[in-house]
Design a protein around this ligand. Structure first.
Ligand code: PLP
Length: 666
């Protein structure tokens, strides 16, 4: 090995520059010069690690940062993230209109406060909050802050109970699966709570098995966090089973252990895709739930929500009073200031999409996940996520079902595809490293992470694609082509016969050896129903490719690496009738939106809805009316959805008695 020494890149760059001491940076010169030249000069004057003494022109500053951020990945192709990256034009406009508002300025921005409270009510209803209860909740910066608050409420409640019983209250612990997102461990470490990680493995689907959690629980356990939608594989943990086992534990030992559901992703998928699943406030042991508005809530980064089933679950010590204009607001957040725009954007989605819109998007995401999963499974990969596998109910019904799109026919989970190279592949090509697929996809623009499975199964590497709303069917087709081309390139295989990779169980094989031998590897696509109810523009990729189109056999679709990409794109040419239906659906969609808008407007006059919202929700009609009538005056006593101070958990501590309100300082 050669002896090497550290190279200072900045020094090398500096030495390579032409005449660094003779730069033309005169202010007068710049104004008359060609813009791109002046941009370079301005940028060159700006120091990198200290604030410039004098500023550069705004255009140059913009261009400098604009160009530099071009080095970032393309958010549309960032399949690593659960975080939403696209909103319609009207939402973007609303966000820009409200971007300068601070949510904490309650009296300055009363409308933002009311919209916030209505969001809480709508989410409470979605999560099946008990109608008689006093649900309480707040927006947060994301699920992380929301989880901190949920955990703190647990900790305080446990401490007070222990104090009251005259027991030690210094060694709290919290129980969750080792598949937890980092926010859960952060909570434990930042707030001095011992994290008890329940090991997971392939046999538990890489998520916590509630039976395995029970032995970790003792009198110092402040609660169990059940994850609805593991970030690793998208699997749901079983909230109902956890609750049943904790009921049983309580009967046996008297320990009353509450559940917090981390629904960062799942709490905006389950209500729409799996209406029969019990996971929310309809499970009485669930005290609190968090979600990320910026994941499947379909808002840009910067928004989370946390709700408690009743005000009494929040200890008085945790609540700060904000006094202003003779009225009192209560606050339980870590951050004081936060932008109002994401909250308004969330309400935009609630109004624009409604329950049905969210459901359609969830169904579409899950359909696309199935397509990707099947393509991978039929070739070189093993798929660890489960949303493409028929459920117990689905196995019996899929054959005869009219709507094969119904997510309840399949195993429940997030629209996530986790996969790895199959054992067979790895045995045949031991030199191929799975991580290379990540790097090579990146060169094509796709961001698909390769990482280790959670503790307990950490030697397994997983590639993961989050199938978000923006990952359209067309893009998935491109992704499949790219993954297969890359994998085959890695195999380095011109001579190798790939027929052996055709899954003998796959319909392709059943079609007859001729197809399988001629164009392996192959996989079968199920007929994919074409849905045009989404108002997202179709990707240009869906229009017929201008070059000769490869016509695959009806059932079998092949991706030999020698075929040009344009040809493989032909896999989903739409027939003329399909396009006609599509064209007809456009005016229909327009009328549908008009109708929705009409329904929305009339709903302000008659708040009663067919879904029977709970009483606290109905009460919002008056605040909505305030907005509509343009009576833009903050009327705290008239706004509903406000917490009732007397309902907060009892403060016995000195500190709580001493809390003397809270002066606002913005
Ligand atoms: C994303 C995620 C979090 C953290 O959420 P942020 O909104 O990014 O703070 C926590 N838990 C799970 C399960 C997640 O998917």
């Amino acid at each position: 090995m050669s002896l090497s020494r550290h190279i200072n890149a900045e020094e090398v760059i500096e030495k390579c520059k032409d005449h660094p001491h003779r730069k033309h940076t005169g202010q007068e010169g710049r104004q008359t010069l060609h813009q791109s030249w002046s941009r370079d000069e301005d940028a060159a004057r700006a120091p990198k690690y200290t604030m410039p003494e004098f500023g550069i022109p705004s255009k140059a500053a913009y261009q400098l940062l604009h160009d530099e951020s071009a080095l970032d990945g393309n958010p549309l192709l960032n399949l690593a993230s659960f975080v939403h990256t696209w909103m319609p034009e009207e939402a973007n406009k609303l966000i820009m209109e409200n971007i300068n508002k601070n949510q904490v300025d309650l009296d300055e921005y009363p409308a933002a406060t009311i919209i916030h409270n209505r969001c809480i009510s709508m989410i409470a209803d979605l999560w099946k909050a008990p109608k008689e209860g006093k649900v309480i909740g707040t927006s947060t910066a994301g699920s992380s802050e929301a989880i901190m608050l949920g955990g703190l409420a647990f900790k305080k409640r446990w401490q007070e109970a222990r104090k009251a019983a005259g027991k030690d209250y210094y060694h709290p612990n919290i129980v969750f699966g080792s598949n937890a997102q980092v926010a859960l461990e952060k909570f434990a470490r930042y707030w001095d709570v011992e994290a008890r990680l329940v090991p997971v493995n392939a046999s538990t689907n890489y998520v916590m098995n509630p039976h395995d959690a029970i032995p970790f629980i003792d009198e110092n356990t402040i609660g169990v966090i059940v994850i609805l939608g593991s970030t690793y594989t998208g699997h749901f943990e079983d909230v109902q089973l956890m609750s049943d086992l904790l009921d049983d534990l309580q009967t046996r030992t008297g320990l009353d252990i509450p559940i917090h559901v981390d629904g960062a992703s799942g709490a905006f998928i389950a209500p729409f895709a799996y209406p029969s699943l019990k996971w929310g406030f309809d499970v009485p042991r669930v005290h609190s739930i968090n979600t990320s508005g910026h994941k499947f809530g379909l808002v840009y980064a910067g928004l989370g929500w946390v709700l408690w089933r009743d005000e009494s679950l929040l200890h008085k010590d945790l609540i700060f009073e904000l006094h202003y204009l003779g009225s009192v607001e209560y606050s339980f957040t870590l951050n004081f200031s936060k932008p109002a725009a994401p909250i308004i954007a969330q309400m935009y989605n609630f109004l624009n999409l409604g329950f049905d819109g969210y459901r359609r998007i969830a169904i579409k995401d899950l359909r696309n996940s199935r397509m990707l999963s099947r393509a991978l499974e039929a070739t070189y990969f093993t798929v660890l996520s489960n949303v493409h596998k028929p459920s117990a109910k689905g196995a019996a019904e899929l054959e005869s079902a009219n709507d094969t799109d119904d997510p309840e026919l399949y195993e429940q989970g997030l629209p996530v595809v986790s996969f790895r190279l199959s054992d067979k592949f790895m045995a045949e090509y031991p030199h191929v490293q799975q991580a290379w697929i990540q790097s090579m996809l990146r060169t094509k623009g796709w961001i698909v992470p390769n990482y280790n499975a959670p503790e307990g199964e950490a030697e397994t590497q997983i590639l993961r694609v989050v199938v978000r709303e923006t990952l359209s069917e067309d893009l998935i087709e491109r992704l499949i082509v790219d993954i297969l081309e890359i994998t085959e390139a890695l195999m380095g295989t011109s001579a190798y016969s790939r027929t052996s990779f055709v899954d003998p169980a796959s319909p392709v094989h059943a079609e007859g050896a001729a197809v399988a031998v001629a164009l392996p590897p192959s996989f079968a696509f199920p007929p994919v129903p074409h849905h045009s109810s989404y108002s997202r523009p179709e990707s240009p990729l869906s229009s017929p490719a201008p070059v000769a189109v490869y016509h695959p056999p009806a059932a079998a679709v092949s991706f030999p690496s020698s075929l040009p990409v344009a040809a493989t794109l032909g896999i989903h040419q739409r027939s003329f009738p399909a396009r006609l239906v599509h064209a007809l659906l456009l005016p229909f969609t327009f009328i549908f939106h008009l109708f929705t808008a009409f329904l929305f407007l009339t709903s302000f006059r008659s708040p009663a809805s067919s879904r029977n919202p709970p009483a606290f929700l109905l009460a919002h009609s008056s605040s909505s009316a305030m907005l509509i009538k343009g009576v833009n005056v903050h009327q705290p006593d008239k706004e509903h959805g406000r917490p009732d101070k007397d309902n907060f958990g009892d403060a016995t501590g000195e500190a709580a008695q001493g809390q003397s309100g809270f002066a606002r300082q913005c």
